[in-house]
Write a protein that binds this ligand. Sequence first.
Ligand code: SAH
Length: 352
Amino acid sequence: MTRTLADAIAAQIRAHGPMDIGAFMAQAGAHYYATRDPFGAQGDFTTAPEVSQMFGEMIGAWLADIWAQMGRPARFSLVECGPGRGTLMADILRVARRVDGFLEAAQVRLIEMSPVLREKQHETLRAYDFIHWHESLEGVPADAPVLILGNEFLDALPVRQFRRGAEGWQERVVCLDGESFRFDFGPPEDALLPLLPAHTVSQEIYEVSPARLDFIRACGRLLKSVGGAALFVDYGYTKRAAGDTVQAVRGHRYADILDAPGESDLTAHVDFASLAQSAESDGMVLFGTVAQGAFLRALGIEQRARALCDGAPARRTDVMTALHRLTAPQEMGDLFKVTGFGYGHDFTPAGF
Ligand code: SAH
């Protein structure tokens, strides 16, 4: 399979010339997720919902509160983008069961392109009969208010890279060197230049993500037509800066981005400032962008950890290790951020 994707990309480069990094990431990512379940100790990486049930419980409490603030609509879509194994949704639905009317009102809609992960999600969520799958957000019917959610979804959407030197802007591309791939620079796509910062350091790499901006715009369109809110958790930065953040991870280690495309997880840090700016210019009300640790603490994760320890003292070490991993600044607490926005209601969102 590896050879096949590498060969396919090489053939495209031979036919059409160097490939932008976004196109490379998109093809590698689609192949990667379509062919495996990459999560957990045996896989390539571990996400917050896979670390502990407490993560999904806090998100579930947040969603239930927002649903109450929307006046408890009798029907709404609970949309999760890139649900992985379905673990986060399972934890959300378990806590939401305690909230009167929430489960009866919810239509769960999972946006997932990978057939392997769809199958996994089906298994995890088999107790529920109100789960629907869609290829993209555009497939979600605009017939009820929506709550949109994503954990480590945005980082998987491709970025493009540019640098400015004496000759102006150039785009970083993938080209062929014999049988191997290597990076080079080529002419930029003019339509993307307005997305680049005005003040730059010469020869530094700057990233933009048209795919993420398109996705945030699609969220905005849906929210504007039916009302609701969106919440995204991911790693990234809140102040735009120079730097190449594209990374490949395989077996819990960094790997070479160009080596064996489709066999490692390719991601890039999320530029939260640009996404917030885009959402705001589409008329969304921003909730803000806060560190994951602060967000989870504000929602009561420490109290929840204590209750879990009291209920099962034998699990104390596991629970406290997970709490540390999710919230400590040197772990996921600071690098991961939570961002949200809403439309059509007077929200006072918890945690921001
Ligand atoms: N949210 C999960 C999984 C994160 S990994 C967790 O926290 O564990 C990224 C997820 O996004 C996977 O489910 C992957 O298949 C999905 N995905 C990546 N790019 C996508 C795209 N363009 N459209 C739909 N799903 C995508």
